[in-house]
Design a binder for this molecule. Structure first.
Ligand code: SF4
Length: 403
């Protein structure tokens, strides 16, 4: 049997598992563009439990459930409930202990009932994505089509995503109206989550926003105001080069330093730093207006203490968001589970892990700019030449969770 708590080649422990439940999403945010269809061979609930159990034995203490849009997955509450025994283990249990389960969602399907059922199942944290504070911006960033206003009660069907794009005045109005419906739904989801017991003051309810220079940079202050009014921590995420499909252009990246600087001019901030193994640097509003965070995956990479493992909805493990190749874990899950084999495979994957893609990209950017290798700089954005050299990751799901 594999020994527990492996370290990778840069002496980083395993700590966080980002488990995708579905590759599908009901939005089509142009910076992400997840799959519209599931891959063949999706994992069952029992197989996911085996995976989490093995990961916990190797050091995982936090499980983040993702997609695509994870609320499209019907077994979500059942999975969270079934993980309870892993969370009830005493500290120091040789099999490890799962300390926290979190969810990242676009919020469109988070009804009051769903928020309650998730809380009752044992979910502790929800991060809701929202990239604008008005209908036009929300529609643009969510890739909403301009053809029709979605019904007030959207089910698991897609919201008619398909790219807003320029169009007639009528189409523009339609697009804005769809964005306003979506915005209202996400704001309602925030209140549903709060009512279900997810306390923003305890860090249990947060907002994620991906900011691009020509997409929604004008939404920085409105989003900060929206979050402040609701007592929510807003996490600003730099636009990343996930795969080839989002047409990443470094000119569209706004560095965390610039984003935070703009907000600081309106509401002065004091820095709190970044927790070890965390993705976000944080600031406190000096007027008592709560917290702000920024994930600087591009301009100030944090690979040095990255402890995150990703597993796709069909059971492929990636040791880095930008890893070009994954390890298919299904041979140890079916037709019959091989727990020891699975543990050994995951342990081996982690021990061989050498990834530090964002740091390497940053060093390349600096070298391109200076003609020599330099250390990463907090405002360095790779230029187009470096972007073209970027490895296309084999997976786009789970992209916008912050590095
Ligand atoms: S690029 Fe992101 S996922 Fe990969 S090692 Fe660096 S911080 Fe971790």
């Amino acid at each position: 049997m594999a020994s527990p708590a492996p370290l990778d080649r840069h002496h980083r422990p395993l700590g966080v598992l980002r488990l995708s439940l579905t590759a599908r999403c009901n939005l089509a945010c142009p910076y992400c563009l997840p799959d519209g269809q599931e891959p063949p061979g999706l994992l069952s609930l029992e197989e996911r439990l085996l995976l989490v159990e093995a990961a916990v034995q190797l050091g995982v203490h936090t499980l983040r459930l993702t997609g695509g849009e994870p609320l499209l997955h019907g077994d979500l509450e059942a999975l969270i409930g079934a993980l309870a025994p892993l969370r009830q283990r005493p500290a120091g249990d040789r099999r490890g202990r799962l300390r926290q389960i979190a969810l990242t969602t676009n919020g469109t399907l988070l009804s009051a009932e769903r928020a309650r059922s998730l809380r009752e199942a044992g979910l502790e944290r929800i991060t809701i994505s929202l990239d604008g504070a008005d209908g036009t911006s929300v529609a643009r960033m969510a890739g909403l089509a301009s053809t029709a206003v979605p019904p007030a009660s959207v089910g698991s069907a897609a919201m008619g995503a398909g790219g807003a794009g320029p169009g007639t005045e009528g189409e523009t109005n339609n697009s804005r109206a769809r964005g306003e419906v979506l915005l209202a739904r996400v704001l309602a989801a925030i209140e549903h989550a709060r009512a279900a017991g997810f306390d923003p003051a305890a860090g249990e309810l947060k907002l994620n926003a991906v900011i691009t220079r020509h997409g929604n940079a004008d939404q920085l202050l409105p989003l900060a105001a929206l979050a402040r009014e609701r007592g929510l921590e807003l996490r600003l995420i730099e636009y990343m080069d996930v795969g080839n499909r989002n047409g990443w252009d470094p000119a569209e990246v706004i560095s965390a330093a610039e984003m935070v600087g703009r907000i600081d001019t309106r509401w002065p901030l004091e820095p709190l730093g970044r927790d070890c193994h965390g993705t976000a640097s944080r600031w406190r509003y000096r007027d008592g207006g709560g917290l702000l965070a920024a994930v600087a995956s591009i301009s100030a990479p944090f690979c040095g203490d990255c402890n995150r493992l990703r597993i796709t909805a069909d059971g492929v493990a990636y040791s880095c968001l930008f890893a070009a190749h994954g390890t298919d874990l299904r041979p140890w899950l079916r037709p019959r589970p091989d727990r020891d084999g699975l543990l050994a495979a995951l342990s081996s994957l982690w021990r061989q892990r050498d990834d530090r893609y964002s740091e390497e990209r940053s060093l390349s950017a600096m070298a391109t700019a200076n003609g020599s290798i330099a250390t990463p700089d907090a405002t360095a954005i790779p230029d187009a030449a470096v972007a073209r050299q970027a490895r296309p990751p084999a997976h786009a799901e789970m992209a916008y969770l912050g590095g």
